[in-house]
Design a protein around this ligand. Sequence first.
Ligand SMILES: Cc1cc2nc3c(=O)[nH]c(=O)nc-3n(C[C@H](O)[C@H](O)[C@H](O)COP(=O)(O)O)c2cc1C
Length: 377
Amino acid sequence: MQRPLLFTPFKMRGVVAPNRAVVSPMVQYRAVDGKVNDYHLVHLGKFALGKFGIVFTENCAIEPRGRVTQGDLGLWDDGQIESHRRLTRFLKQEGSLAATQITHSGRKGSTPRSFDKPGELGPEGAGWQRWQVVGPSALSAGPPYSDSPAALETDEIEAIVTKFGAAARRADAAGYDVIEIHGAHGYLLAQFLSPISNKRNDQYGGDRAGRMRFPLAAAKAVRTNWPEHKPMFIRVSAVDGAGGWDVEDTIAYAKELKALGIDVIDTSSGGLTGLSTALPVKRTLGFQVPFAAAVKRGADIPTMAVGLILDGPQAEAILQAGDADLIAIGRQALYDPFWALHAAQELGCDPNFGLWNPEYGWWLDKRKNNLPDAKKR
Ligand SMILES: Cc1cc2nc3c(=O)[nH]c(=O)nc-3n(C[C@H](O)[C@H](O)[C@H](O)COP(=O)(O)O)c2cc1C
């Protein structure tokens, strides 16, 4: 039997993902001072035991002002590097690529966790305090976000570009194999791209080329500070969900990113205004896959598909259709941390638990003989 594409290695520069199943970045709000702790090690470590080819951390802020909440991970300070090293060591020891996502929240910073009551920044009594958020223009993203973001000065934009580069250097020192810029979901890069949030009339605003100037500068700074042999991704919102930025814009942007040496476009959508991180449309299975396919074909660049991809056959069909090169799994990985191993069984390429760590697999294979036919797996 031919090996499913989902379990075919994927080479990116000098780095090889053992399979195409990726844990999507998912913020947990558990960090103190932006450092990785035991919670993150166990939370992300279990996905490596579950044999995802690439395990992404949640978004890591490049400066404290760029966090979404005070519980976010960070890569803004050299003092945070050692805590990340503990995590990357474990992920790599178990055979996954260790990946991180770096971000600036812009006008969507200083917000409550998604499950907090409206208006609450964090746990009562935890001393969480709001901070002044910034954006391309002094325009709010609407409730629950700050109603008074400050427009960034030119020198502040240049300083943020430098901080993206410094965060990439720290990510390398921390041992990550893959870096991704979070350029989607209405965070700072996406705020610059959309004419709805970017009303600047200097070189960072105006036409599409002007609005792309800051995101491209940030991408270039990361590529320059990130080793040549390691791959770099960027997450985009293929459409901003508010009617200001569409797929054609994204394809033009992806061509520029490709020219800068970006290896994979992680194709999400929406989030410019309001709470949702995706389009205000019905979320059907694989609803963002057409965006990954359009960018892959339109800009001739590898893409990662994400959004309501639930099982092995669905993931394999996306890859077989040539719509994407990698499959990111978010909530389904929270539901089933062993998603990749279960997908391999669904696709019939691991009948004897050979992909599992032997400490689990040897026992599960033996157990199979004791199971009634209807329950055999
Ligand atoms: C708990 C949680 C936290 C998330 N945090 C991030 C994040 O840090 N960065 C990001 O780009 N997307 C984030 N997302 C979006 C996911 O990466 C993913 O794109 C989205 O959940 C859709 O995929 P799914 O249907 O497989 O969950 C988060 C999603 C969830 C559920």
